[in-house]
Design a protein around this ligand. Sequence first.
Ligand code: IZC
Ligand code: ZN
Length: 426
Amino acid sequence: MKKGNLIIKNAAELVTCSGFKQKKGKEMSDLMVISDGAVVIENGIITKTGKTEDVIVGLKQADYHVIDASDKAVLPGFVDSHTHFIFGGYRPEEFSWRLRGDSYMDILKQGGGILNTVRATRKASPEELATAGKKRLDSMLSFGVTTVEGKSGYGLDLETELKQLTVMQELNDNHPIDIAQTFLGAHAILPEYKNREDRFIDFLIDDVLPEVVSNNLAEFCDVFCEKNVFSIEQSRRLLLKAKEAGLKLKFHADEMVQLGGAELAAELGALSADHLLQASDRGIKDMAKAGVVATLLPGTAFSLKEPYARGRTMIDNDCSVALATDLNPGSCFTESIPLIIALATLYMNLTAEEAITAMTINGAAALGRQETIGSIDHGKMGDLIVLEFPSYMYIPYHLGVNTVEKVIKNGMLVYEKSSSPDRSSV
Ligand code: IZC
Ligand code: ZN
């Protein structure tokens, strides 16, 4: 990917989210905003931040692409740290069944849901998956996402798991968004493994994990630990093997039923535990102590009409909370960052500041990338967004509407809203 030299100046708010590690509890409230701010990016890396008058003194502006961000807020690019964005087919009928009252887990039990997407993903060619994946990445980019996590898990066989991960790797090489790849072979139980779930875990450990690791196709391993899917014991067994093989751990934990997933994530030293709608008090304390990022996906609770995760309680207990979309064709089909932030503030009682921290530096921490992305700091990658409005507060306030005007990746302008009223500086 190309790397640029860029100055953004006169920002009404330069929302730095400054820091190189996860923010816990009260630390999440301070966005370290610089008014009338400027940032300099050289060769794709942030080299200077501060008040505009201090930053631009002595700089030869003709050597840079210059963006005047008067009356606009500038933020770090968003990090969407939990998605399933590579998949074949769609499941609109499942949405209509849920409107009628069927539950997500019942649909899966009857061979639909994830298993429906598994059938379509097995059938799809790599090119078809890549074309659909690129469209979704383009949409995410327009919402200000500059790094996304993507999971396998719609193959449940060696060939298709590798196909999904290989498609992501190619997209990573060819799309401005950086992709962090997760092996989620333990995503659902195929009918032929019903009541033989341990044999499926054996298959993943013996036949799939070694291929994923030796081909360098994933950085993380994840498990859908849930009643009628994989148990705590099965999850522990696979995740320990993945850790031994050098993968970092993420974990679908305590979504519908309280199984002790948050506690297991803490026990194993996972980078993140995700969903957590039913996380116990003990689990919340364990995550805070172990530094596991509690990754909350309120779009999924909204879409499934489930109770929201206890985000407020987690932050009050000194957890590090991240927010992500969970984009997938079943439980939450959205790329919308403003929807997630609106839900987090209005229904999980996060402040706007905490929600922005959760979408930036803590999203980066959920991917182990807190030292290189997620904030506007000297030495980090030049990944930024410019809003159409003068404050980050417009993100939750302008309910569900995309306020992103420009997206910068590695110092290059990679997206600009076509209807943007101010194009004079470009
Ligand atoms: O396709 O339904 N929860 N996995 C676990 C998902 C949602 C994705 C899907
Ligand atoms: Zn998920």
